[in-house]
Design a binder for this molecule. Structure first.
Ligand SMILES: Nc1ncnc2c1ncn2[C@@H]1O[C@H](COP(=O)(O)OP(=O)(O)OP(=O)(O)O)[C@@H](O)[C@H]1O
Ligand SMILES: [Mg+2]
Length: 247
């Protein structure tokens, strides 16, 4: 007689496995990413991937070293976000859901491609942003924003912030707009403060053809002005917006 698997015992085991897998996957690269990284290394773009600069919900960012000893940043968009993993543990191996797996990977690849293309626009427009170096599926290689191999802090973490910093950020928003791009996720967390502020995290940036582009621009400007206003540096929103849009 075939043994019956107790349905009541299955969930805790499932949850345990899921937890363990999450633990493992948050510490090491998955096989596919390792393969992509080894290809990038073989191409001679990188010599080593050194350490994680940031481990986030949507992406991990690593410092890497080039064969000639310079540093680059490697941003790896995560396919296995917590919610997604949960879904996967029930769908994996089921041939009916192959397309779902495929779709999620495609979406993540799209984000990486979008970030890369947006960084290319920024490079052409001379915006203070990382330079795009290489794109491979969900991996974006870009210039490293830091000094002596140490990344600069994001704007929320450093003092002081000056009127000049605000000017530089607004000028960059204007340059982007002129080039047909809106960042759409502007905040103190997506600005790294070097001698001048550098804008990062372009995955959700949109071109002006996007139906919400103008709304996103207004939100970006509002976020930045609100942040600086709290520091006592005030600017009029309408005037600033008009200035950004003026050619
Ligand atoms: N080019 C770079 N050079 C050095 N450090 C970088 C670079 N790009 C990103 N970082 C560091 O990695 C962090 C996360 O980067 P980013 O904002 O692009 O990712 P994210 O999409 O916000 O990730 P998540 O939402 O998962 O946290 C930044 O706050 C910054 O500290
Ligand atoms: Mg960010």
């Amino acid at each position: 007689m075939a043994r019956r698997v107790s349905k009541r015992k299955a969930p805790p085991k499932d949850e345990y496995l899921l937890k363990e897998r999450r633990k493992i996957e948050s510490y090491v690269f998955d096989r596919r990413v390792l393969l992509l990284l080894s290809r990038i290394l073989k191409k001679g773009i990188l010599k080593s991937v050194d350490y994680p600069v940031s481990t986030g919900k949507e992406a991990n960012v690593f410092r890497a070293t080039t064969p000639d000893g310079n540093f680059l940043a490697v941003k790896i968009y995560k396919i296995e976000t917590a919610g997604f993993l949960k879904k996967m543990s029930y769908l994996e191996g089921d041939p009916r859901f192959k397309s779902i797996k495929h779709k999620d990977r495609e979406i993540v690849k799209l984000f990486a491609r979008k970030e890369f293309k947006n960084l290319q626009i920024c490079e052409r427009a001379k915006v203070h942003a990382p330079l795009p170096i290489f794109l491979s599926e969900n991996i974006v290689v870009m210039s490293f924003i830091g000094e002596k191999g140490i990344p600069y802090a994001t704007m929320d973490m450093v003092e002081p912030k000056s009127e000049k910093d605000l000017d530089s950020i607004l000028e960059d928003i204007k340059k982007m707009y002129k080039a047909g791009l809106v960042h759409a996720d502007m905040s103190e967390y997506n600005i790294m403060l070097a001698k001048v502020p550098y804008i990062i995290d372009f995955g959700q940036g949109v071109v002006l053809g996007h139906p919400n582009a103008e709304k996103f621009l207004e939100r970006d400007v509002r976020n930045i002005l609100r942040y600086f206003e709290k520091l006592g540096i005030k600017r009029d929103f309408e005037k600033t917006l008009k200035w950004i849009k003026a050619t």
